[in-house]
Design a protein around this ligand. Structure first.
Ligand code: SF4
Length: 239
């Protein structure tokens, strides 16, 4: 996941800022589009980091990824999918057995309830097939808008919304794309700026950027391809 050479590497003269601004300035749409262009150039392989082969596997992996890293989920799912290859098999799982298999992803009791509830509803209401609409997906137990967006965008290729996770929340705030902190309100701001055909890709770009450069503790602005446009940049060009 190492980023390619940035589109606009910072070169002196610039001045360094000590701390991130509390309320970064909102940027105009043309700046946002330039962000996307540069991020696409920097992360040409940006995609979903969860391993899956079909919508069922992605839905299960996404439920498991709550409060857990994708790397950890990817360690658990191969055996899980071998034992429970579809919703019908998962619906018949013994809760204790399932808990033990997913224990290392954390919150395993709640996740077991969600997985069993989801699988049973898929079998009872959708003949064992993962549904393809936001409304149907979010009616499944344990499936919220974020999880539904992941499945629709990645497994079905439908840009129904933008996935807002912790990286998207932090990076979009720093970039001046939103001033909101609530995921639904952030998504509302982002869909107004980002072209619809890029909604799914856009969250992968921000997630890749948030993991490698715009990290939570201290962003690496001096290595950032957006340093000269970002209102939070710790390196500021001298005019
Ligand atoms: S790393 Fe880039 S996006 Fe993040 S605050 Fe610094 S300049 Fe902005």
């Amino acid at each position: 996941m190492s980023p390619r050479a940035s589109a606009a590497p910072p070169k002196p003269p610039f001045v360094a800022r000590k701390a991130l601004p509390k309320k970064p300035k909102r940027v105009a749409r043309d700046v946002a589009l330039e962000y996307i262009r540069r991020l696409e150039e920097t992360y040409p392989d940006a995609q979903c980091s969860l391993d899956y082969r079909n919508p069922y596997e992605l839905l299960v992996a996404t439920i498991l990824s709550a409060q857990c890293t994708d790397v950890r989920v990817n360690m658990v799912t191969p055996e899980l999918f071998a034992r429970f290859p579809n919703a019908a098999a998962l619906a018949d799982a013994e809760p204790k057995d399932l808990e033990n298999r997913i224990k290392s992803t954390g919150f395993f009791r709640n996740k077991t309830k969600s997985l069993l509830g989801m699988a049973r509803a898929v079998v009872d209401t959708h003949r064992g097939e993962i549904p393809r609409t936001m409304d149907e997906l979010t009616h499944l137990p344990g499936v919220g808008r974020k999880t539904a967006n992941v499945v629709l965008g990645n497994a079905f290729g439908q840009n129904e919304g933008i996935v807002v996770d912790t990286h998207v929340t932090r990076v979009s705030f720093r970039l001046g794309l939103t001033r909101e902190t609530d995921a639904v309100k952030i998504e509302h701001d982002l869909v107004k700026i980002v072209p619809r055909e890029k909604w799914t890709l856009f969250s992968h770009l921000l997630i890749f950027h948030g993991r490698s450069i715009c990290i939570a503790r201290r962003p690496l602005c001096e290595s950032c391809p957006l340093w000269d446009l970002c209102p939070s940049s710790l390196v500021i060009p001298v005019k």
